[in-house]
Ligand binder design. Sequence first.
Ligand code: SF4
Ligand code: SF4
Length: 150
Amino acid sequence: MGAINFTGRVLKNLFSKPVTTKYPFEPHVFKERTRGHVENDMDVCVLCGLCQMKCPTGAITVDKKEQTWEIRPFSCIQCRSCVDQCPKKSLSMAQEYQEPGSEKLTKTFPLSDAQKERLAEQARIAAEKAAAAKAAAEAKKKAEAEIKSE
Ligand code: SF4
Ligand code: SF4
C-alpha cells in the first residue's frame, strides 16, 4: 500500500507543474499583503510627527523646520504601525523589499511644493484666527474694565 502511494506521488510530481518560481528567469510575484517597505506620499503628508512617535524602532524622523520626512529602511521591521496610525493616510506599505546594502541607508523625502504652499496657507489662516480671537478677548477685557470704573 505504501509503495503504491509512493509511486503515485512520484508520478504526480513528475507530470505536474513545479510549485516554485523559476527565479530569476520568471519575475517574483508578491502576495497582495506582502510588507516590503514603507512609502510616503509627500503631497499628502502634513509632518504631524505621529508616525515617528508610533515607530517602535525609531526608524522615522520628521523634521518640521526642514520640511522633510526620513526613514532608515534597515531599522524598519515592517510592523505597519506607522501606516495604520497616519491620520492623512499618506503612508503605504509597498510590496517590494528594500535592496540589501552594506551601508546604513537614510532615505529623505522633502514635502512637495504644492503641499508646502497648502501648509503655509493653513498656518496663515490659523495665525489670523488666533490674532482675531486675541484682539476680541482684549476688547472684551477693556470694555469690562471701563464698565467697572464707571
Ligand atoms: S506620514 Fe502621516 S503620520 Fe507621519 S508625519 Fe506625515 S501625516 Fe503625520
Ligand atoms: S513599519 Fe513599523 S518599524 Fe517600519 S517605519 Fe513603520 S512603524 Fe517603524
